[in-house]
Design a protein around this ligand. Structure first.
Ligand SMILES: CC(C)(COP(=O)(O)OP(=O)(O)OC[C@H]1O[C@@H](n2cnc3c(N)ncnc32)[C@H](O)[C@@H]1OP(=O)(O)O)[C@@H](O)C(=O)NCCC(=O)NCCS
Length: 189
């Protein structure tokens, strides 16, 4: 992975509501801040699948963007943004575990805006992320997905992830609690 802020990794087209649109996958840049802030707060409102449910203040988002860019420079993080119709519509990230014995493992997260789901963008982002993960010597990807999030579970199984186990009712939802399903994928060279 040769990180450069804003570098384009891939461009492709998808059909959305009968219209062909261009999707650009690229690394984040500092000037994305307002776009990322808008994107992430919208994703939080739309989905119960993400790790947080409350609004992210701008100052926290600014810190996050800075940390991601620093992490990518240090080869401890990989973050890809998907851009379409003039805005950020998706994001995938991986962070090297900060544990001496687990430095070859990374924690994973993904979000696509509802309007852009089911178009293959999630699969594409994951494939490209795995490529960069290998290049920074990540050998295993780990994630937690909520029991009710069947769509994400299907995507992960399709991408070769295996279920390690389940932690019952450890996730707070609007209505009560949900399980956390832990999945992993060993990356082959
Ligand atoms: C889960 C998520 C990332 C999937 O991204 P996506 O771009 O819609 O996924 P893709 O279009 O690449 O589809 C990949 C696979 O997911 C499954 N999938 C996607 N949309 C689906 C739907 N509406 N119903 C059932 N399965 C679906 C399918 O298995 C699909 O493969 P296929 O097209 O070969 O059948 C996206 O729905 C999302 O961001 N959801 C909200 C946030 C979230 O839940 N993040 C994950 C946290 S663990």
């Amino acid at each position: 992975m040769k990180f450069k802020e804003g570098k384009i990794i891939e461009t492709f087209h998808v059909e959305k509501n009968g219209k062909k649109i261009e999707v650009v996958i690229r690394y984040p840049k500092k000037s994305d801040l307002m776009q990322i802030w808008k994107f992430y707060n919208k994703a939080i409102r739309e989905s119960e699948g993400l790790s947080r449910y409350s609004f992210v203040p701008l100052k926290d988002e600014k810190k996050w963007v800075g940390n991601v860019i620093d992490g990518m420079k240090k080869r401890d993080k990989v973050q890809l943004m998907a851009e379409a119709e003039g805005k950020i519509i998706g994001s995938v990230g991986l962070e090297r575990k900060n544990v001496e014995r687990k430095k070859h493992c990374g924690d994973f997260g993904i979000a696509i805006l509802q309007d852009y789901t089911g178009l293959g963008i999630g699969k594409k982002l994951m494939t490209l992320l795995e490529k960069d993960a290998r290049s920074i010597n990540i050998k295993l990807i780990e994630l937690g997905v909520y029991g009710r999030n069947k769509i994400a579970q299907k995507l992960y199984k399709k991408m070769g992830f295996k279920v390690a186990g389940k932690i019952p009712k450890c996730v707070k939802t609007r209505k009560g609690f949900d399980d956390d399903i832990i999945m992993y994928k060993v990356l082959k060279k």
